[in-house]
Ligand binder design. Structure first.
Ligand code: UDP
Length: 422
């Protein structure tokens, strides 16, 4: 009998290419999630193909990451960067290209794990033409996101509808935090199957360098107080709150404070505009001397930034999970975060950091100051954060939970599956 447990599966991430360098332009949590989940599943015996849309002619169409894990780039629309809110019209081509790839390869995937609503639509379309199990991770929920943004994009209505249909019809939806599950239930639909499987981090890489060595590497003096932000330039990330909080900090007046805002951007695109806006606020508040924008930080250098920082701030308006918080904690750095979404799940107040009300710059300033003035407490919180991440949020742990879920679904549908898919 064919073993149905560990087989070929597809992860679909139309707009978040798992093979690109993270930290550049729009690449963020979804790219990291798909790549890490894919590689960890492959280590555990699955054969993983990760599908994304080609956004550059120069890119290889197939990138082999390890013997059982590769990224496959399908040509669906112009091979150039297209903002995610403008990708919906290209999805039917993506579906056709996926089907063509299966046909040419002589197999069909019995299970797809889709990421973000665009890919969920692809999964639902594929299900119409082949026996298929669909697992989905949202990464962001329109019903929550649109509550916190000033301008609602044209695609909003379609996205809300697709996200609802998906929840009601997918074989399993993965919520990355209990808060995300609650949002799905209260704002999207009471129907559908949800499991909670968190995101993870690489606790060997994040935590590999000590604070003093990291500061030497980055040229930061031992006595300087460093406040760090890492992430995309997107208004929902709340970088403005952080900048305003730093301008209110009591330590700013003492002159030994440094604010580092790490993350890449693309001139003229949404993230470039947000970078310019934040830059203007920094200037307006007279913070230019103490603020630096090092640009996109590679995975290699990132552990040094986290380790060198006294506090990492995650001021998001909305965050289904928030990888940055656990990466900082894995490096032994306490976190000050908005008390929203997954951040309420990962950051334990007064144990691994502090939570502050969203957009409340005065509360952020006082939380940051509380940590900056007490190095003993900071160290205690940092150590507890590292233990929390090691215990709860490793990619291998995440992948084995996902693997169990896939196995369960595949075994359920074993009788219906075409043997060519084995
Ligand atoms: N990131 C990075 N370099 C940067 C900025 C961000 O590697 O310069 C990574 C960061 O380490 C994290 C991811 O991008 O792994 C951001 O994920 P998160 O869940 O915090 O936010 P999202 O991008 O999903 O909104």
């Amino acid at each position: 009998m064919i073993s149905l447990t560990k087989k070929r599966i597809a992860l679909i991430s139309v707009h978040g290419d798992p093979a690109v360098e993270i930290g550049k332009e729009e690449a963020g949590g979804q790219n990291v999630y798909v790549r890490q989940v894919g590689e960890s599943l492959a280590k555990q015996g699955w054969q993983v193909d990760m599908f994304t849309r080609s956004s550059d002619r120069e890119q290889a169409s197939i990138v082999q990451h390890s013997p059982n894990c590769r990224t496959i780039r399908l040509v669906a629309g112009p091979q150039e960067f297209i903002p995610r809110d403008e990708l919906y019209g290209y999805l039917p081509i993506f579906v056709r290209e996926f089907q063509k790839f299966q046909l040419e390869s002589g197999f069909q995937y019995p299970l797809v794990h889709t990421n973000y609503w665009l890919s969920s639509w692809v999964g639902m379309e594929l299900k119409k033409s082949q026996p298929l199990r669909q697992v989905h991770t949202y990464h962001s929920l329109a019903a929550v996101k649109y509550k916190s943004v000033a301008t609602i994009p044209m695609i909003a209505k379609t996205r809300l509808q697709v996200e609802k249909t998906l929840l009601e019809t997918a074989d399993r939806v993965v919520a990355t935090s209990p808060q995300e599950k609650e949002h799905m239930r209260s704002l999207v639909s009471s129907k559908g199957n949800i499991d909670i499987v968190p995101c993870g981090t690489d606790t060997q890489q994040f935590g590999s360098i000590a604070r003093s060595a990291a500061r030497r590497q980055l040229g930061i003096a031992p006595e300087t107080k460093v406040v760090l932000y890492v992430g995309r330039f997107d208004p929902r990330k709340g970088i403005e709150t952080l900048v305003r909080a730093v301008s209110l900090s009591a330590l700013r007046r003492k002159g030994d404070l440094k604010l580092i805002i790490g993350g890449g951007w693309r001139e003229g695109e949404c993230d470039g505009k947000e970078r310019d806006r934040i830059g203007s606020i920094v200037e307006e508040l007279g913070l230019s001397d103490i603020t630096s924008f090092p640009g996109g930080l590679s995975r290699e250098i990132l552990p040094a930034y986290y380790a060198a920082a006294d506090v990492c701030v995650v001021p998001s308006h909305y965050e289904p999970f928030g990888l940055v918080a656990i990466e900082a904690m894995a490096c032994g750095t306490p976190v000050v975060a908005s008390d929203v979404g997954g951040l309420k799940y990962t950051v334990l107040p007064r144990e691994t950091g502090l939570l502050a009300p969203v957009k409340n710059e005065a509360a952020f300033a006082s939380a940051i100051d509380r940590l900056l003035v007490d190095s003993v407490w900071r160290q205690q919180l940092g150590q507890a954060g590292r233990v929390r991440v090691q215990t709860n949020f490793s990619w291998d742990g995440v992948a084995s939970q996902l693997g169990q879920l896939y196995t369960q679904l595949l075994e359920k549908s074993a009788m219906k599956l075409d043997p060519v898919s084995a």
